[in-house]
Design a protein around this ligand. Sequence first.
Ligand code: HEM
Length: 141
Amino acid sequence: TFSEAEKAAIASLASKIAGHADAIGAEALERMFLSYPQTKTYFSHFDLSSGSKDLHSHGGKVVKAIGNAAQHLDNIDQALSTLSDLHAQKLKVDPGNFRLLSHSIQVTLAAHFPNEFNAVTHAAWDKFLSIVSCVLVSKYR
Ligand code: HEM
């Protein structure tokens, strides 16, 4: 569960990202693929070159799913239930990869929103993304 301060920090940055979902998502994915090349193995069917259509379209989906979770902070399990089935049962993404994407998202947010991404907001987003990750790996067994 989140404190009121955490909820505010999550909501305020989520609303700023919403209008740039594709660009933020594409950059986060690009950072993940460059810094942690092993994550590319799940996306062999994508064009992973910088700024590609695939990166923008998939990045947008990821950021929108995070935005949806941000609007259901008391019920993230339910909000991400379908995605959780997909990642666990169909994609079988190794759970260790979620922290790599979460980190790449946070670096992207820090780079684009340096004033908003202070230590308190950073901590709230770290907690939020780790809960999102937990939900997405919760159906593995
Ligand atoms: C698909 C969200 C983490 C690999 C998706 C989709 C969304 C999503 C929204 C599209 C689902 C659909 O088309 O119905 C997220 C979120 C994550 C996360 C919110 C964590 C914050 C990861 C990680 C990996 C991964 C860590 C692997 C490194 C994939 C793959 C697909 C996918 C391979 C299918 C792509 C395709 O073929 O279109 N994810 N994801 N995801 N995700 Fe994730």
